[in-house]
Design a protein around this ligand. Structure first.
Ligand code: DAH
Length: 341
């Protein structure tokens, strides 16, 4: 076939090929086939030397034209296909906002936290503020400053978890009383909730870690009736107004006089049942008037200042309130348990 005819045929072929192309990959193959360095257009350029000399300029010109046309065609198709593929991609990656979403898992406040928050609310309403102290305490704050003598059984290794000779895990929240008195001036009205530790074996009713809430009020002329009034408000808010309260004489080294506070049973209302061991009463806290020795050691003149204090174990109260029979479930953090509240 003559080169001139070959050129004509190639021109037609190129036009048809580019018109039918469907994607960029196919287009690139066509570009290589026709316009590449070893492509068909180059092949014609290579053959020009074989035609008669007088024909060469014309064929050369036509081949140049074909190359230009083909390049333009390629550019045009490339743009079209790029646009098309972008559109398809957008369509494919579109987010369907009407599809159901993945539900975020909701957390729940632990029953101990919930109860603690409720109690805090009550006391904040009575004008108290919240105080904190370290869980690793010194013997001084945990015992000595609270008038707990050297030979007191609570100081024994069997009851207290010591860290070294001088440091221990606080066995109650009462040391916060002393730390607060050292750092604030009266009138003092604080509530100190927190974790406490004792060397107890873990069983259904004992845990080496549990929670207490301490209260302290110190000012001039604070009397036992202030203590009673405060406890009355607290019991009404937390256990209900219909509850009876009773103060039983008791002993704590850091209060004088001291009392245990009982509340009429929340289940039988005083009749006697298994929860209250047939007594009709539930013991909820220890309390009393701050001992003069404690005031004095913290730098207060007991002739001028007086105060009351109370302390309660919150875990047992939460167990009563929520009908929990084993203290261990409070610390295992099993979600099946926690989700019930
Ligand atoms: N700290 C005592 C305990 O752990 C509880 C207590 C009793 C605290 C009487 C007080 C109080 O503030 O006045 O058993």
């Amino acid at each position: 076939m003559k080169l001139k005819e070959k050129l004509k045929k190639l021109k037609k072929e190129i036009q048809q090929a580019f018109a039918g192309v469907e994607d960029l990959e196919e287009l690139e193959k066509l570009r290589v086939k026709y316009l590449g360095q070893k492509g068909e257009v180059q092949e014609i350029f290579g053959q020009i030397g074989e035609v008669e000399p007088e024909m060469r300029p014309e064929i050369g010109k036509k081949t140049n034209e074909l190359q230009e046309q083909a390049a333009k065609l390629h550019q045009k198709e490339k743009k079209r296909l790029e646009k098309k593929e972008k559109k398809q991609k957008m369509k494919k990656e579109k987010i369907d906002v009407t599809l159901p979403g993945t539900k975020p898992e909701m957390g729940y406040a632990h029953p101990l936290t919930r109860g603690m928050e409720e109690i805090k609310e009550v006391f904040l309403g009575l004008g108290f503020s919240i105080a904190e102290g370290p869980e690793i305490e010194t013997e001084y704050y945990n015992f000595e400053a609270l008038n707990i003598p050297e030979n007191h059984p609570a100081r024994d290794l069997q009851d207290t978890l010591y860290i070294d000779d001088k440091h221990l895990l606080r066995t109650h929240t009462s040391p916060v009383q002393v730390r607060t008195m050292e750092n604030q001036r009266p009138p003092i009205r604080i509530l100190a909730p927190g974790r406490v530790y004792r060397s107890d074996e873990l069983d259904a009713s004992h845990s080496p870690v549990f929670h207490q809430i301490e209260g302290l009020v110190v000012a001039e002329d604070i009397s036992f009736s202030d203590l009673k009034g405060t406890i009355r408000s607290f019991v009404s808010e937390i256990y209900g107004e219909e509850r009876d309260i009773r103060f039983r004489p008791s002993y704590f080294p850091f209060t004088e006089p001291s009392a245990e506070v009982d509340v009429s049973c929340i289940v039988c209302e005083g009749e006697g049942c298994s929860l209250c061991s047939r007594s009709g009463w539930l013991e909820v806290m220890g309390a009393g008037m701050v001992h003069p020795n404690v005031l004095e050691m913290s730098g207060y003149n007991p002739e001028v200042f007086s105060g009351f204090a109370f302390g309660m174990g919150w875990d047992r109260i939460a167990m009563l309130k929520y009908g929990i029979h084993d203290i261990r479930v409070l610390f295992e953090n099993d979600r099946r348990f926690l989700h019930q509240f």
